[in-house]
Design a binder for this molecule. Sequence first.
Ligand code: KIV
Length: 279
Amino acid sequence: MSTVPRNRRTSIPDIRARKGGEPLVCLTAYTTQMARLLDPHTDLLLVGDSLGMVLYGFDSTLPVTLDMMIAHGAAVMRGAGRACVIVDMPFGSYQESPQQAFRNAARIMAETGAGGVKLEGGEALAETTRFLAQRGIPVCAHVGLMPQAVNTAGGFRATGRSEAEARQVTRDAEAMAEAGAFAVVLEGTLEPVAAAITAALPVPTIGIGASPACDGQILVAEDVFGLFSDFTPRFVRRYADLGSQIATAAAEYAADVRARRFPGPEHCFLPKAAARSAG
Ligand code: KIV
C-alpha cells in the first residue's frame, strides 16, 4: 500500500522519498479510461512516447509529436486523481538546447497539469536537466536502452554487457541524478549494473528490464494486459490476455449481427403503447 493518503495526488517529493523503501509501482497510460482503471493501484502513471508504437502503429517512437503527448497527457490527468502523472518529452522537443527543452516542457506542464516530464539521455542531457529542474520542471531521466536513440544504437538491445557500456550507463545515471532528476528510469540494463546504480544514486531508480534491484518497476500497460502484440518481451510478465478476449467478443458480435440475433427486443425503442403491452 502506498503511504500517500487516498484523497491527494502523489507528489514528486513523495516519489523521491521512496528511495530504498517500498517499491514504486508504475505503469504507462495514454487514455482517460486506462488512467481511471490504473490510478488506484499505481504510484506513478507515465504517458510514455511508446504510445506512438502502441496506439498509432509507428515502428518507433520517433514520429511522436509534442501535440500528441499534450493531448494524451491531458486525457490521463482527467482520469487519474491519485497517481503522480509524468509525460514523456518526444524526440526532437528537447535535444537542441536547454531553452528549447524548457519551452516545450513548460507547454506540457501548463497544458496537461502533469507533475513532471521524462526525457531520454544521460551525460549529454545533464545540463538540460539542471536547467529545467532549477526552473520548476521536475525531470525524470531515462537511461540505459533509450528507444529514441534506436538509429544510433542500431536496434533495441539491453546495455551494460561490456565494461565500457556498464561505465557509460552508470555515468549517465549519476550525471542525471546530480543534475537534479527526481528519479531515473533504467531500461534494458544488466542486473548487476542496475543494482550498483541503484545503490549509488540518491534518487529512486525505476526499472524496465533492469531487475528487482531497482527502487520501482514500470511496464507498458498494454504489454501487461496482452493488448499490444502477440510477442511478449523477456522483461514483461503478462497478467491478462485481453487481446484474445476482445477478438472472441468481436467474433460473437459479428455472428449475432449477421444472424439478426442482435439487437434483441430489449435493445429497441418502441412506441409507448407497444412497450406497455410487451412489458
Ligand atoms: O515510452 C515509454 O512508455 C517509456 C517506458 C516504457 C519507460 O519510456
